[in-house]
Design a binder for this molecule. Structure first.
Ligand SMILES: [Fe+2]
Length: 347
């Protein structure tokens, strides 16, 4: 069996493969490492067959849907997962066959209602049901401390003590543990009475994950993250550095239209000398009138360089094939001490 653990901050994900057949599985992939999974699978000579999310993640962005777009790969989640795009929905006691490997799935609700643990001959991928020295929290959507108690004491901890534990999170740089070690050392598992365990779990007051709503939106719907949208736009355009733009302003170059896509108040408070103004939200509707020549060279800019990237990509889509975005934004421009013009746009 090939087994690789990948870390992205506190998130742990896994590539598991059958050496005989070269079939592979990716478990709990994080979007930041999207390209890494494909590269690693190739490096190990594996063809990804299944991409499994152990549950609906609320704290990071899953790459499962993207990875499952590979030919012959299938995305797997528990049947209760709200992600409609999961190809294969599984339930307690089922198994996935990956070449010569068998992964047994156990339904372990508690952290979420759709949590599963993945049992291999010598190890178990515990998702956020059991962490090293802890458990998943139960205060996020569909979490339930009573269910977690049942899942841990009624199911997971009944497996062989020698099984190695590989969780979906660890914030202290640890890689694995064993069920036996967790039973004796994990502070939460010392509360073996249901009421005491539930009381402990209910007593935690933990801050909500930073990107909770965005993570749930994208992981449940398959929609894109804001970062993905900007990255996709950035792939479609070229950028121009601030010094290049400054040189063109100073030489009074006439072949570059500076287009400020911020809101009016921001524009009037200070913009690039000679800039035109169309707020991002009005670009599509006003561009034909304001920039009638689609062959012009236009540089979009905004406050931080994100909205302008979206605007430049949109302009390219609309036929402005020389649209570029400022590598930077008004914020960096002002910090650099570059010239700023104030007031309303010229007619
Ligand atoms: Fe989680």
């Amino acid at each position: 069996m090939l087994f690789e653990q990948l870390r992205s901050g506190g998130c742990l994900s896994y590539l598991v493969g059958c050496e005989q057949t070269c079939a592979g599985v990716i478990v709990d992939p994080a979007l930041e490492l999207l390209d890494r999974y494909a590269a690693l699978a190739t490096e190990k000579g594996l063809r990804v067959r299944y991409v499994i999310d152990s549950h609906t993640h609320a704290d990071h962005f899953s790459a499962a849907r993207e990875l499952a777009r590979q030919p012959r790969a299938r995305m797997v989640m528990h049947r209760l997962a709200s992600a409609r795009f999961a190809d294969i929905r599984v339930d307690d006691g089922e198994r996935l066959v990956i070449g010569e490997l068998r992964i047994r799935l156990i339904h372990t609700p508690g952290h979420t209602d759709d949590s599963i643990c993945l049992v291999l001959p010598d190890r178990v991928l515990t998702g956020d049901t059991l962490l090293i020295g802890g458990t998943g929290r139960t205060d996020l959507p569909t979490g339930d401390p009573e269910a977690l108690y049942e899942s841990l004491f009624g199911k997971l901890l009944r497996l062989d003590d020698g099984l190695r534990v590989f969780p979906a999170h660890d914030y202290k740089g640890r890689t694995s543990s064993t069920l036996g070690a967790e039973k004796t050392e994990n502070p939460r598992l010392q509360r073996q009475e249901r009421a005491a365990f539930v009381e402990l779990m209910r007593g935690f007051d933990i801050a909500m994950p930073e990107h909770l709503t965005e993570a749930l939106r994208t992981n449940r719907t398959g929609g894109k993250t804001v970062k993905q949208l900007i990255a996709e736009a950035a792939r479609e355009v070229a950028f121009m550095g601030m010094e290049e733009v400054l040189a063109r302003i100073e030489s009074r170059a006439r072949d570059l239209v500076l287009l400020d896509v911020r809101e009016r108040e921001a524009f009037e408070a200070g913009h690039l000398p000679g800039a035109r103004h169309i707020p991002r939200g009005q670009v599509e509707l006003r561009v034909d009138k304001e920039l009638p020549d689609p062959t012009i060279r236009v540089l979009a800019y905004c406050q931080y360089g994100k909205i302008s990237t979206l605007a430049a990509a949109r302009l390219r889509t609309m036929g402005y094939t020389r649209a570029v975005a400022l590598d930077g934004g008004m914020e960096a421009w002002a910090q650099a001490g570059f010239p700023i013009e104030k007031g309303a746009t010229r007619p």
